[in-house]
Design a protein around this ligand. Structure first.
Ligand code: ADP
Ligand code: MG
Length: 214
């Protein structure tokens, strides 16, 4: 398959919502170690508001779909992750434009724009122990796999693996952004909750793309 349409993107959003709801307690446990124990609740609340918003049907164009997701997250999640994930989806939608499908390079460019939006908003850099540390390797791996001629399905699977590796690599880091940075050295030895939810974001993207092939 060379492209994904709004139905696959809608399936991604829905799978992400289901997964963060299933993993709510784990995400909250991670946040209780280095934050304020609300990341699971924040993500589950935001994505359930998104599901509610999309229950009338998936918007016809990629930008309408992703902008709706982004605006709903910004308005329904109070924590740092709401504006950050909200900006990610908004920027992704703006980059995609009023199209009905994305090919591999189009998906990679949209994800890159979403990542840039998170950086513009939160100023995170590599190694700050944030969602950036899972997302940047994921987007880089997608670009690299597509550049090597991988199929879209294989490329998003490689991106999901890189995001999971990036999540695991946050364990020893000392947080330099967000609430966890207040802990200083004591933030080391724990996974970053936002990196954990971002690995789920990429895993569910790979699942949605794989699901559409069969
Ligand atoms: P809050 O920190 O307001 O309680 P959440 O617990 O929902 O919000 O989200 C925390 C996650 O947000 C962190 O684990 C981290 O990945 C991410 N985060 C926090 N600040 C930033 C930032 N400036 N840039 C990127 N990600 C950030
Ligand atoms: Mg929190």
């Amino acid at each position: 398959m060379a492209a994904i349409d709004t139905a696959v993107l809608g399936d991604w959003v829905s799978r992400f919502g289901t997964a963060v709801t299933e993993k709510r307690d784990w995400l909250t446990e991670l946040d209780s170690a280095i934050g304020d124990a609300d990341h699971g609740a924040n993500m589950a609340r935001g994505m359930s508001a998104v599901a509610e918003k999309l229950s009338a049907g998936t918007p016809a164009t990629v930008d309408d779909l992703l902008k709706t997701v982004g605006m709903t997250l910004v308005s329904s999640v109070g924590g740092a992750s709401g504006p950050l994930y909200g900006t990610f989806f908004l920027r992704m939608g703006m980059a995609a434009g009023p199209v009905t499908e994305l090919d591999g390079p189009g998906l990679a460019a949209a994800l890159r724009a979403g990542l840039d939006g998170i950086v513009a908003r939160g100023k995170a850099e590599a190694g700050d122990k944030t969602m950036f540390d899972a997302m940047a390797p994921g987007v880089d791996a997608l670009d690299a796999a597509l550049g090597d001629g991988a199929s879209l399905a294989d490329a998003v699977r490689a991106a999901a693996e890189a995001a999971a590796t990036g999540r695991d690599a946050t364990m020893p880091l000392v947080a330099r952004k967000g609430r966890a940075s207040y802990l200083g050295e004591r933030s080391a030895g724990h996974l970053d909750p936002g990196a954990a939810s971002t690995a789920i974001l990429f895993d569910t993207l790979a699942a949605a793309v794989a699901g559409s092939a069969g």
